[in-house]
Design a protein around this ligand. Structure first.
Ligand SMILES: C[S@@+](CC[C@H](N)C(=O)[O-])C[C@H]1O[C@@H](n2cnc3c(N)ncnc32)[C@H](O)[C@@H]1O
Length: 230
């Protein structure tokens, strides 16, 4: 990831949907661990979700150092780290560890999902929550039928193409960044996501956690799993 791509992502980020993602996690915390004070977000990105955790001691980590640079500005009171969620080590324990919006799906191979569950477990306080939000198989199926169009965004235009092969969803994005002189600069981004059945993920989580809730939303294209440390 380059600084200029990060700048484009920041211009285009849908702040309302970041707030919706935060609200979904916050409502689970209110229900299942209302006394929680200290939270860690895995895959904090630019920080727009974590910024809604008012009155919490906030921590976040991300693999991308350019993202963390921006997140430090968006959530100045958070403690932020450049680390991978599958092998992170922070000298703190948390009441809640959460991840939203397909972050875990960028992890490969699947054994690193299990490593992530172990790291989360090791960093949680007694009765702490691990909250995992991810897309479902239906999301993958719907992407097979998706018609991609050139769309206007705050940074210019975007052509956000996707390909599905097996359980892999590949994003192949072309940005046409509008410059001050009225011309456009082309920037490209691409990454893969891997989508696994909810049943399989739940079965692996159960080895370390009690599953308190499996809740589908977005017309069943997404699911949130609320897990309590055993
Ligand atoms: C789609 S963004 C989501 C950001 C934020 N959670 C949100 O909901 O707006 C996915 C983020 O996951 C991060 N990511 C991907 N693999 C990661 C890993 N192994 N460890 C930590 N972060 C990772 C990416 O760098 C990116 O910032």
């Amino acid at each position: 990831m380059t600084d200029s791509l990060t700048e484009i992502w920041e211009q285009n980020i849908d702040r309302k949907s970041a707030k919706r993602r935060a609200d979904i996690v916050l409502s689970q915390i209110r229900k299942y661990n209302p006394k929680a004070k200290k939270v860690l977000e895995l895959g904090v990105g630019l920080g727009f979700v974590l910024s809604h955790f008012k009155n919490f001691e906030k921590f976040g980590l991300d693999l991308g150092k350019e993202y963390i640079k921006v997140a430090k500005r968006i959530v100045p009171d958070a403690n932020l780290f450049v680390q991978s969620m599958h092998n992170f080590k922070i000298k703190e324990k948390f009441d809640v560890i959460f991840t939203t919006d397909e972050c875990i799906n960028e992890i490969r191979p699947y054994s690193n999902w299990i490593a992530t569950f172990r790291r989360a477990h090791a960093h949680l306080n007694k009765n702490g929550l691990f909250i995992l939000e991810m897309p479902t198989k239906l999301y993958l199926e719907n992407h097979k039928k998706r018609i991609v169009k050139l769309e206007e965004t705050p940074s210019g235009f975007i052509y956000d193409n996707t390909y599905v092969k097996g359980n892999r969803l590949s994003w192949d994005t072309v940005f046409f960044k509008k410059l001050k002189n009225g011309l456009y600069r082309v920037e490209k981004d691409n990454y893969d996501e891997f989508i696994y059945p909810v049943k399989k993920v739940n079965a692996d989580l159960k080895k370390k956690f009690e599953i308190l809730r499996t809740q589908y939303f977005n017309k069943k294209e997404n699911v949130i799993l609320v897990c309590k440390k055993r």
